[in-house]
Ligand binder design. Structure first.
Ligand code: PGA
Length: 242
């Protein structure tokens, strides 16, 4: 695992966006999985801005959404689906055949998980996965205690995720379960990047990078990824041992 510290949120987001753009330039049919949330917001905006400036052909790559709140419809502004539609899919004019997002309203969630896993296998695996880190150390909805060897699954959300997750929604929203790619997907991806910014993430970054690897703090798994990168700003790095 490599640690890369950038001056601020903008420069770390520019680097994350650069990873996506350069991958698609060299491998137009790459498979890219991204998280939604506050951290990847600027990464998405910069992929769109720089990608259009540099005339990148986005028509061949496959986009995979990391996770979704079970029961929250795609038109809800707090859904991951809405985030991707607004920040990436519409601005880049991606076709529905190249985008795979979990259907949070599916009557058959296990089938939904199987479908996602099959797509990833058929596409030859994920080339690049860029994820955030939760205040409880989760990646996607891989909550503390999750198995490191899971593929896509439905999971009961941690109290912390339910509380912190309210920030994405207009009014108080009942959140119970998530549907998410698993940590085995992260480990199988050819490159995995954890991004984090701000002083509020300093404690969780310290634990993810310097703590012992344990499923009680799922993000510690990044330490074991051969092509794992932790991409953070100076504030998020402020508690790390020098
Ligand atoms: P955030 O979410 O980017 O909104 O801080 C991170 C996460 O929960 O994975």
């Amino acid at each position: 695992m490599q640690l890369k510290i950038f001056k601020d949120y903008h420069s770390l987001s520019a680097q994350a966006a650069r990873e996506i753009i350069e991958l698609i330039k060299t491998k137009p049919d790459a498979v890219v999985c991204l998280a939604s949330g506050d951290t990847p917001r600027l990464t998405c905006q910069l992929v769109v801005e720089k990608g259009i400036q540099e005339k990148v052909d986005f028509s061949q790559f496959t986009f995979i959404g990391l996770d979704e709140w079970v029961g929250i419809p795609p038109e809800n502004e707090g859904s991951c689906n809405f985030f991707f539609q607004t920040l990436l899919i519409k601005p880049l004019n991606l076709s529905s055949s190249q985008v795979y997002l979990f259907n949070a309203l599916s009557q058959n969630p296990p089938e939904e998980c199987k479908k996602m896993d099959t797509v990833i296998t058929e596409k030859g695996g994920i080339d690049l996965m860029i994820v955030g880190i939760g205040m409880n150390g989760h990646i996607g909805f891989n909550e503390p205690g999750v198995s490191f060897t899971n593929y896509s699954h439905v999971i009961d959300l941690d109290e912390s995720t339910i509380t912190v997750g309210q920030k994405y929604f207009k009014g108080s929203t009942e959140l119970k379960q998530g549907i998410t790619l698993g940590l085995q997907h992260l480990m199988n991806s050819r490159k995995a990047i954890v991004i984090a910014n701000g002083a509020k993430k300093a404690g969780v970054i310290k634990q993810a990078v310097e703590g012992s690897v344990s499923n009680l703090f799922p993000a510690t798994i990044i330490q074991q990824h051969e092509k794992g990168i932790v991409l953070i700003d100076e504030e998020a790095a402020s508690l790390l041992n020098k």
